[in-house]
Design a protein around this ligand. Structure first.
Ligand SMILES: Cc1cc2nc3c(=O)[nH]c(=O)nc-3n(C[C@H](O)[C@H](O)[C@H](O)COP(=O)(O)OP(=O)(O)OC[C@H]3O[C@@H](n4cnc5c(N)ncnc54)[C@H](O)[C@@H]3O)c2cc1C
Length: 374
């Protein structure tokens, strides 16, 4: 057993930490307030090689494995979980199926620009009537000669209003059911019949979230990703890795909340002493530190297993379930330690608390994770 990160991974952590503190942190306040993802981060991160970190070098990515991707997400999430969400979707869910199953032409046209941060990607699964029950999607793609005609509606799309293309799930043959009837298609933002709107939310405000509409939206048949009818399997594969990086976000977010609460507890004096000296608070902090550490190693072990090449459904679901609940526990305690000041809009503690609530719902709700595990 080896619990050490490789030298490359240690250097990556250091580099991303510096980048997050110097180049991401100054953008957070405005992005959160205006609810606008700072899009300039995509080309900048692409230039530095920080997008799609787990992808292979042959497409211009850093080839750092899922462990590398988790290190990056953990460090970015310490600074801002919302912004991290947009980067995560670009670096995983929205592009992974193209990497794994796309044609060489699709890789050059969509994947390489996504890795460079020149194109922003959207992952299009959820619909107004199909959340946890992904098989209930109603979007259809009907093949006519060498084209597909897409009709339907997607909701809660990360990068939805800023994305350049969406990898969308649609039924190509409803009669075959989800496991043989769903396909993935790439739709570019300027395709006639494709429109979208932006959604407003109380958490992860700096992540862009949108709704997409396809109305007789025609795309060439070459925009089909992989085999027709295999889309559902591709989506599930992408979600496995996604749940692990999602856990890294929970760990980074919780770590930030813990550190902010500890700092505050050292500075805040009541009854003549810093409040961390009250056992009620120091025990809270001890348990928070333990909780984060447990989630961190569950997450890195799942990432390590993934990098060994096998599909790890259970470990991905377990780490997602544990890490997201952990982030809710830790950010709730951090808020409590922060007292009234933590509830003020300018306190990072209230942002951590709001952002953690998202994590038990996205990437498959925690109830769904329990179904997967059981
Ligand atoms: C900010 C944000 C960003 C998102 N980004 C994306 C994205 O980029 N791409 C994308 O495709 N989707 C995205 N999603 C969608 C997200 O994955 C879904 O919200 C999630 O899967 C849950 O679906 P739902 O919201 O429709 O809830 P529902 O499925 O309606 O669930 C409501 C409640 O019922 C519970 N429930 C449902 N079925 C069962 C069951 N069988 N047993 C027990 N309990 C059950 C759920 O756990 C939940 O508590 C995003 C969502 C949000 C909020």
């Amino acid at each position: 057993m080896d619990f050490e990160f490789s030298e490359e991974h240690k250097m990556l952590r250091e580099a991303i930490r510096n980048f997050a503190e110097k180049e991401v942190a100054p953008l957070v306040e405005e992005a959160e307030e205006k609810e606008q993802f700072p899009v300039e981060l995509f080309p900048r991160m692409g230039e530095l090689g920080y997008l799609c970190l787990s992808y292979p070098a042959e497409y211009g990515a850093a080839g750092m494995g899922l462990i590398g991707a988790c290190i990056a997400v953990e460090e970015l999430a310490k600074v801002c979980a919302g912004i991290t969400g947009g980067i995560m979707v670009q670096s995983g869910l929205a592009t992974e199926s193209i990497l794994a199953h796309g044609t060489e032409e699709q890789k050059q046209k969509y994947l390489v620009p996504a890795i460079k941060g020149q194109k922003i990607a959207i992952f299009g699964l959820t619909e107004p009537n199909a959340g946890s029950d992904a098989a209930a999607i109603q979007t259809t793609a009907v093949k006519k000669n060498d084209k597909y005609v897409i009709n339907g509606n997607k909701i809660f799309m990360t990068n939805g209003s800023i994305g350049d293309f969406v990898v969308t799930a649609a039924y190509t043959d409803k009669s075959l059911g989800a496991s043989k009837g769903v396909s993935l298609l790439i739709v570019e933002k300027d395709t006639p019949g494709f429109t979208r709107s932006k959604l407003d939310k109380f958490c992860a405000r700096s992540a862009d979230t949108g709704e997409l509409f396809f109305e007789d939206c025609v795309v060439p048949a070459e925009n089909l990703v992989g085999e027709e009818g295999e889309g559902f399997h591709y989506l599930m594969e992408a979600l496995d890795a996604g749940r692990i990086t999602h856990s890294a976000r929970s760990v980074g977010l919780a770590q930030a909340a813990y550190e902010a609460a500890l700092d505050y507890a050292k500075q805040r004096v009541q009854f003549g002493q810093p409040i961390y000296k009250f056992q009620a608070n120091s025990f809270k902090l001890a348990r928070m530190a333990m909780d984060i550490e447990a989630a961190r190693w569950l997450m890195y072990r799942a990432a390590w297993l993934f990098d060994q090449g096998a599909r790890r459904l259970n470990e991905a679901a377990m780490t997602k379930l544990f890490a997201s609940e952990m982030s809710v526990r830790v950010t709730t305690e951090a808020l409590q330690i922060g007292g009234g000041y933590a509830l003020m809009s300018d306190s990072p503690l209230q942002r951590y608390f709001r952002d953690a609530r998202l994590s038990t719902i996205t990437e498959g709700t925690n109830e769904i994770q329990q179904i997967v595990i059981s």
